[in-house]
Design a protein around this ligand. Structure first.
Ligand code: PHE
Length: 351
């Protein structure tokens, strides 16, 4: 083996041993660079006699092209390996399931309120919302519950450390009944000119869902709870209409005909007569038990007057539905606290 063949072989061996493109370029410089071993041989040609120069020159060129070919082969395989590694590192498995955000859902009480709104909507009732912090007049006095009257103690009210224009403490409304007053007064104001001319006014037909608050907390009472107030006022609206409306609600909401509705005499300052509304299912887990689900009554004349209306011309009924109770009955929830705990293991069942 002559020196050129040896040179080619050692170049090839060094190239093949270069683990990275940078080291391969260093190895190349050692053979083909400005003072590389092959370049030195070419430089040495000048010193040879003409005849030898020719053959030696041809041999050196042959060796050079072999070395260059070896270099290119190694360059290609390093580049291919690099591409492979990159593809491997960036591999994307499109068959893996995607990551998802947990999907939320409506709270059972919100679902209940939405269903009840839809049912009353189909019976021509408007839906109204109002403030949870109320004046003394709205929560009590307008509802025929005067200051110092013992009926006020029916509600253990939360008071807010701020007074209204009359110097009375604001309260967290202990029921949604102030919405009767707010809505009916706005209705009366809207139709003031008709009323002044003694013309009939469109009926008041509204429900008002929302939160109410009482100093009351045990397994069946929460200091914050949900009510749906209802008011239907017109020239000739009676208890019979209340019974029809309420029975329709129960039928639609619980999707059954197998139930009874009972009015049980009661007392509220803002209605006379007053009644608790009980329902009893004929089948299902609660069959045969009377369940109290709402307070109700014929709107008291004093309250109609406080609406800004004439109790001789306007008569009707009001009711306050326990929305949490409806949710528990509908979804078979046996502990009120589940409704307010916010435990996702419970709530996720409704998603
Ligand atoms: N506001 C009463 C309560 O909270 C319920 C009610 C509403 C009763 C309307 C009669 C009429 O207990």
């Amino acid at each position: 083996m002559n020196d050129l063949e040896q040179l080619s072989l050692s170049a090839q061996a060094e190239f093949d041993a270069a683990p990275t493109p940078a080291e391969l370029e260093n190895a190349k410089a050692r053979y083909l660079g400005k003072s590389g071993r092959l370049t030195e041989l070419l430089k040495a040609l000048g010193a040879l006699p003409v005849e030898q120069k020719k053959t030696r020159g041809a041999e050196i060129n042959l060796a050079k092209s072999r070395i260059e070919a070896a270099l290119q082969t190694r360059r290609d395989s390093l580049a291919a390996a690099e591409l492979d590694a990159q593809l491997q590192a960036e591999a994307l498995d499109v068959t893996l399931p995607g990551r998802q955000r947990g999907g939320g859902g409506l709270h059972p009480v919100s679902r209940t309120i939405e269903r009840i709104e839809a049912i009353f909507g189909s019976m021509g009732f408007d839906v109204a919302e109002g403030p949870e912090i109320e004046t003394d007049w709205m929560s009590f006095t307008a509802l025929n519950n005067p200051e110092n009257h013992p009926a006020r103690s029916m509600q253990d009210t939360f008071y807010v450390d701020v007074k209204d224009a009359q110097g009375r403490w604001l309260n967290l409304r202990p029921h949604t009944s102030p919405m009767q007053v707010r809505y009916a007064r706005a209705h009366a104001a809207r139709h003031a000119s008709r009323l002044a001319e003694g013309q009939p006014m469109p009926e008041v037909r509204v429900i008002a869902p929302g939160r109410a608050y009482r100093v009351d907390s045990d397994a069946t009472h929460s200091p914050m709870f949900h009510q749906i107030e209802g008011l239907w006022l017109g020239a000739n609206v009676s208890f019979k209409d209340l019974k029809v409306v309420f029975a329709s609600l129960v039928r639609e909401f619980f999707e059954t005909d197998d139930f009874d509705v009972r009015f049980r005499p009661s007392f509220f300052p803002f209605t006379e007569p007053s009644a608790e509304i009980d329902i009893r299912f004929g089948s299902g887990p609660l069959a045969g038990r009377w369940l109290e689900v709402a307070g109700s009554g014929q709107v008291h004349p004093t309250v109609v007057r406080n609406f800004g209306l004439d109790p001789e011309a306007q008569i009707g009924f009001a009711f306050g539905i326990g929305a949490d109770r409806f949710a528990m009955l509908r979804y078979g929830i046996d502990d009120l606290r589940l409704i307010f705990d916010g435990d996702l293991r419970f709530l996720a069942q409704f998603n």
